[in-house]
Design a binder for this molecule. Structure first.
Ligand code: NDP
Length: 308
């Protein structure tokens, strides 16, 4: 048996198309949704992430404003900047790219973002809204996971879901979203005893732990849906072979770039699972698509308009 591959890139493209239509409608009514991206300092990975978010805005017709305070920025300066963005009418979403420079109190800065403009869904008000099933903005990666499941016709209600990882960004919110959709949810973490005993019960298994290929075929119930959130870089040739066998495409990529990516799920799990997200091209593309969707949602909510 070989699992159905859940094509995240294709689903993300569909969502972006829908968002572009909503943006066009909104512009026709006189408002263009706007996203402010705050990128402090010179973290190369953050620069790449922000660039791709700004590009996605441009492609969909969303106004974007990239603000780049120096690496020496203080907490107070960032708080002042956030206040300005909270008050700006042309900005519907505020994205503070993490990590912030070490001298900055990140929690205070994130808390200062208006919950109405919190397109990352990290503000405690939005966490509370999710937990109590009130309308609000929800974190992008978990929301993308739900889109993959729903748009692939995978039933959530009544199923046993196991989430590996309990971070505020992925594990906890995705567990809450699955529970809100009537799954029976187990959340596992680094102190869980008998991890495999739990994972083998899962109809839907979400792996968000940041440990390369840790979920092996023996840990997966035959036919289960496996969502692999992990993004891990493989630079060791022996590991490359261990994960991908003689896969020619991976070997060529490794020769060319000196690395390849693997998720938290061993690629051989595809031989056991019923459906699985690839890495790359699975959950990753959904994160930006949902950020765009959240920006339009924030714009509509702020104006008291109906949201999907
Ligand atoms: P964190 O490091 O914040 O959380 C990791 C979680 O995994 C923790 O809850 C930790 O448990 C748990 N964990 C670690 N080791 C084990 C283990 N051996 N057994 C069971 N649980 C374990 O990571 P994130 O949630 O931020 O990210 C997880 C992965 O997802 C990363 O690879 C990251 O790169 C990727 N990611 C991908 C995104 C995308 O767009 N595709 C977006 C965000 C993240 P404990 O709480 O006990 O420490």
């Amino acid at each position: 048996m070989s699992a159905i591959i859940l094509d995240g890139a294709k689903i993300a493209a569909q969502i972006k198309e829908e968002v572009a239509v909503q943006v066009t409608e909104s512009v026709a009514q006189g408002t263009r949704p706007g996203l402010a991206a705050v990128l402090a300092g010179n973290n190369p990975a953050s620069e790449i992430y922000v660039r791709s978010k700004v590009r996605a805005c441009e492609a969909l017709g969303i106004y974007s404003d990239q603000i780049t305070p120096p690496g020496s920025v203080t907490t107070d300066e960032l708080l002042e900047l956030i206040e300005t963005l909270n008050a700006r009418h042309d900005i519907d979403g505020i994205l503070v790219q993490l990590p912030l420079p070490p001298q900055v109190d990140s929690k205070r800065v994130l808390l200062a973002v208006s919950p109405a403009k919190d397109v990352d869904g990290f503000h405690p008000v939005n966490v509370g809204n999710l937990s109590t099933q009130r309308p609000g903005l929800t974190p992008c990666t978990p929301a993308g996971i739900i889109e993959i499941l729903q748009r692939s016709g995978i039933e959530i209600s009544g199923r046993d879901a196991v989430v590996l990882g309990r971070s505020d960004i992925v594990g906890k919110p995705v567990a809450m979203m699955l529970m809100n959709r009537n799954a029976t949810v187990t959340v596992c973490h680094s102190r869980t005893c008998d991890l495999a005993g739990h994972t083998r019960q899962a109809d839907i298994l979400v792996a968000a732990i940041g440990k390369p290929a840790m979920v092996t075929p023996e840990m997966v119930k035959p036919g289960a849906t496996v969502i692999d959130v992990g993004i891990n870089r493989v630079v060791d040739k022996q590991k490359l072979r261990e994960y991908f066998g003689e896969n020619e495409k991976r070997q060529l990529e490794f020769e060319r770039k000196g690395s390849t990516l693997v998720g938290d799920v061993h690629p051989r799990v595809a031989e056991v699972a019923g459906a699985i997200t690839p890495v790359p091209g699975g959950v990753g593309p959904l994160t930006i698509a949902m950020l765009m969707a959240n920006t339009v949602k924030a714009a509509r909510m702020r104006r008291g308009l109906a949201v999907a």
